[in-house]
Design a binder for this molecule. Structure first.
Ligand code: A2P
Length: 277
């Protein structure tokens, strides 16, 4: 059976694996074995954040897995505590210390917090961290199109990714268009709906039954087939393995349009003009 690409190019010249392990809300103790299982199942991309409180466990899992560091793609994020006044410099140092690493592959501004007006100055600090090689790529999370436009106007280094809450219920078409315009890869958090009823939606179940895949695999295939990087969270070894087995089948155009009909509109998702940390 043919295999589709498992990575996507970034505007840094590097690439990002299309499936990564999401780690929120796993604790240090829970995440370390999940990372080991994921690496054994073929994952090379792990997503964490300072705010998740599990970077030590992620680092422990990476070491236990025995995989060479350079084969892994590790993302962390800095939340509002680290916005402004070059606070991200100390913030990343603390994250690296917890992870036991000397660089991350991707560093994200976790939330724009537009009411504070600090995301552009924070971005300039991120540019310094990129230049220093402590973050091999820098990007955004939860940025809406107008936040992206404001940041890009001031940026010397363009964001490599924008990670947003995105699933068939909340497909974020406007965000994807804005990201595409600037060559920014869109990443999906809560890609399989974070435990809502997406995986039992009749349109998803019907496709899964027809092609002999699970509903989660259908939804994750929907992401990667549209060049969306997805970071499903699971602590269950079987589901961790299942979630990366999405590169040996394709959804048809009819499948994609029946999934498109699940769109609940922008109001169904988080609004980062009013929420964030
Ligand atoms: P679990 O950790 O027990 O596997 P998201 O990444 O969209 O936020 O979704 C995470 C939720 O989906 C978790 O509750 C996780 O539970 C569950 N989950 C992860 N993978 C699968 C799967 N393949 N099938 C069903 N549920 C899954």
């Amino acid at each position: 059976m043919s295999t589709s690409p498992t990575v996507l190019p970034l505007n840094t010249g590097s690439s990002i694996p299309l499936i990564g392990l999401g780690t929120s809300p796993l604790t240090d103790e829970e995440v370390a074995p999940a990372v080991v299982t994921a690496v054994e199942a073929g994952y090379r991309h792990i997503d964490t954040a300072a705010r998740y409180g599990n970077e030590r466990g992620v680092g422990e899992g990476v070491r236990r897995s025995g995989i060479p560091r350079e084969q892994l793609f590790i993302t962390t994020k800095l939340d509002g505590v680290f916005q402004g006044d070059d606070r991200a410099i100390g913030g990343l140092d603390e994250s690296l210390e917890r992870l036991g690493l000397d660089y991350v592959d991707l560093l994200l501004i976790h939330w724009p917090l537009p009411q504070r007006g600090q995301y552009v100055s924070t971005w300039h600090t991120f540019e310094k961290l990129f230049a220093a090689g402590k973050a091999r790529a820098i990007g955004l999370s939860n940025f809406k199109p107008d936040h992206v436009a404001t940041l890009v106007r001031e940026a010397e280094v363009l964001p490599a990714v924008n990670q947003v809450q995105l699933s068939p219920y909340t497909p974020r078409l406007a965000e994807r268009r804005a990201n595409d315009l600037h060559g920014i890869v869109t990443e999906s958090w809560s890609p399989i709906g974070a435990g809502n009823d997406l995986l039992s939606a009749p349109a998803i179940v019907a496709i899964a039954e027809r092609i002999g895949k699970t509903p989660a695999q259908v939804v994750l295939r929907w992401h990667v087939q549209q060049s969306l990087v997805a970071i499903p969270k699971s602590a269950n070894p079987k589901r961790i393995a299942q979630n990366i087995e999405v590169f040996d089948f394709e959804l048809t155009a009819a499948d994609l349009s029946s999934i498109a009909a699940l769109d609940k509109g922008p109001a169904a998702g988080v609004d980062s003009d009013v929420s964030g940390h």
